[in-house]
Design a protein around this ligand. Structure first.
Ligand SMILES: [Zn+2]
Length: 226
């Protein structure tokens, strides 16, 4: 079920193993932020239909990192349409070279076929979808290529699996995870100017998300003793 966050930004909180998914309609662009596992693509299609669109119409999928619960949904979308795929270069390069080992497909017993990332993201990039523009910040820790993205001229931050609500944060015990880097990334996020945080799992942080980020940073710093 879509939760409208701003004019053209709709957030779906997952009730399954899926990541949360955001749908953005901006001019000719119909964008997803993360794509879920792909196991629930028909439910996503039904949700999209309530907005007068469908899986076929998605033009762009921006991935916050390479884990299967965020990128598995790329497969059904590629079968139904031809969306452009975006991922941080640290994780896009291995995938484009056919190395799917960091996607955690094996860990979850899912066989994810190889696919190509079209746009390799880097720190500071601006993804221009017309009215909606996304600024990319490289925030490693949960994984080497994890990013958060700020909607330009708004207080909205997509926090992926780096920052969760309630003083929580992403795991660091998967391949390429790093507690030290996560603490640094949470510190950086806690110093950003934003009001609403849209995480990869759990509920949206709709008010005072920056304060929530500060709690997560302090908790992680104590927890990992960095
Ligand atoms: Zn993850």
């Amino acid at each position: 079920m879509f939760d409208q966050i701003a004019d053209s930004i709709y957030f779906i909180v997952s009730s399954s193993f899926d990541s949360n998914i955001t749908y953005i309609k901006s001019g000719d662009h119909e964008v997803l932020i993360d794509a879920g596992t792909g196991l629930y693509a028909s439910a996503l299609d039904k949700d999209l239909q309530t907005q007068g669109t469908s899986l076929e119409s998605i033009t762009d999928i921006v991935l916050t990192h390479c884990h299967i619960d965020h990128i598995g949904g790329v497969i059904p979308l590629l079968e139904r349409g031809s969306p452009k795929l975006y991922l941080h270069k640290a994780e896009a390069e291995p995938i484009n070279n056919g190395d799917m080992s960091h996607t955690l497909g094996d860990t979850f017993g899912a066989d994810l076929p190889p696919f190509k990332i079209d746009v390799l993201l880097d720190e500071g990039d601006l993804i221009d979808f017309g009215d909606v523009k996304l600024r990319v910040f490289h925030t490693p820790g949960h994984s080497a290529g994890s990013i958060v993205m700020k909607v330009e001229d708004s207080g909205i931050l997509f926090t992926g699996d780096t920052l969760f609500p309630g003083g929580s944060f992403g795991r660091v015990d998967f391949p390429t995870g790093s507690p030290e880097k996560l603490v640094e990334s949470l510190k950086r996020i806690s110093e950003m100017d934003f009001e609403i945080g849209l995480p990869g799992h759990m509920n949206a942080m709709k008010f005072n998300a920056r304060r929530s980020a500060l709690t997560s940073y302090q908790t992680a710093k104590n927890w990992f003793k960095t």
